[in-house]
Design a protein around this ligand. Structure first.
Ligand code: NAD
Length: 313
């Protein structure tokens, strides 16, 4: 049977597709190379996938897919495609977020509503917003503080609606800041590690005491594979790395790992950034057998090695 991975040229999509191919699955990957970051990076993400004869790549925007044909014979969809990034979701670009996050998700759901294909939707911790209650639990009232979060929540609600009304077995995974090899170039760990390794200034928004629950890419991929197999249809699961650490702490760990001192330029906190995130993953533990396995130092080291090899050389 065939799995579809949307956003296959991106950070999480390419890592997930590789695991599926290694597990012997047939994978059809879809991506339209949005210009959020350079195509060359995404082409590099695709390279190892192209070695597998069981991989087929469609360079297409989801909104232009002939979905009736595409989903025939497919037994699972991992819907990772989106316009990511909190800070750039204000202003005129919001239209791009509506298109790639809400309309594209609705198009897939419409196409599969009579086919009962399982679909894993890549949701986000950003749907929670500035909650006072930590750790964040799936039943908390979502209240996003960025336009990006609003679009991710809208698409998650669409998944829930198509489950309730048409029985489409959708499962939403709310990722908490994913990092590791192939991380997007706009994300803090990627920017910081690259800057520190090159002895360049790094830009930190806010005082650095904001905290995040960082999730290593392998754990996010594990969660997807388990959710396809065991996730409850209509379910929503937090996927977090299991610890809440400040950005200042992470920079200290990066200095220790690279053996170099960070030159930090502090700028004002950006609108849409939340103060703290921390996932209650009890539900994912119980239903998916999800247990984050990679500690921060090990994950940072793997990302630093990847940046050294793939970005700096
Ligand atoms: N990286 C994280 O920490 C994180 C956290 C929470 C949620 N997420 C979600 O996980 C998913 C993957 O994130 P990522 O970090 O890998 O992002 P990414 O930008 O690296 O990958 C997304 C890919 O989707 C493609 N895409 C976007 N719109 C498309 C469309 N209409 N048709 C076809 N392809 C399209 C882009 O070209 C890109 O390659 C996204 O849905 C994102 O919202 C990511």
């Amino acid at each position: 049977m065939v799995k579809i991975v949307t956003g296959v040229a991106g950070f999480i999509g390419s890592s997930l597709a590789r695991r599926l191919l290694e597990n012997g699955e047939i994978v059809v990957g879809v991506d339209c190379f949005t210009d959020f970051y350079p195509r060359a990076i995404k082409e590099k993400n695709l390279l190892p996938l192209r070695d597998f004869p069981s991989f087929k790549f469609l360079e297409k925007n989801i909104l232009e897919l002939d979905s009736a044909k595409l989903f025939d014979g497919v037994d699972g969809i991992y819907h990772q495609a989106a316009q990511a990034g909190v800070r750039s979701s204000w202003g005129r670009d919001f239209e791009i977020y509506i298109t790639n996050n809400i309309l594209a998700t609705q198009k897939i759901l419409e196409a599969i509503k009579d086919k009962k294909i399982r679909m894993i939707y890549a949701s986000s911790s950003s749907i929670y917003g500035e909650t006072k209650k930590i750790p964040m639990h799936e039943d908390d009232l979502p209240c996003p503080v960025s336009p990006y979060g609003v679009t991710k929540l809208a698409a998650e609600h669409l998944c829930g609606l198509y489950y309730k009304n048409f029985g489409v077995p959708t499962i939403s995974l709310r990722y908490f800041t994913v990092y590791g090899p192939r991380q997007r170039p706009d994300m803090a760990f990627h920017r910081f590690l690259k800057g520190i390794m090159q002895s360049e200034e790094i830009v930190l928004y806010g005082d650095g005491e904001q905290t995040r629950d960082f999730t290593f890419i392998k754990d996010a991929v594990d969660a997807n594979v388990s959710a396809m197999e065991k996730g409850k249809a209509g379910g929503v699961y937090n996927i977090g790395g299991g610890s809440q650490v400040s950005i200042n702490y992470c920079i200290r760990r990066m200095e220790a790992i690279t053996g170099k001192k960070a030159k930090v330029k502090r700028l004002e906190r950006q609108k849409g950034d939340v103060t703290h995130t921390y996932a209650d993953t009890t539900r994912a533990g119980a239903d998916l057998g999800f247990h984050p396995s990679i500690p921060l130092d090990e994950g940072l080291l793997q990302e630093a090695e990847w940046i050294e090899k793939n970005i700096l050389s």
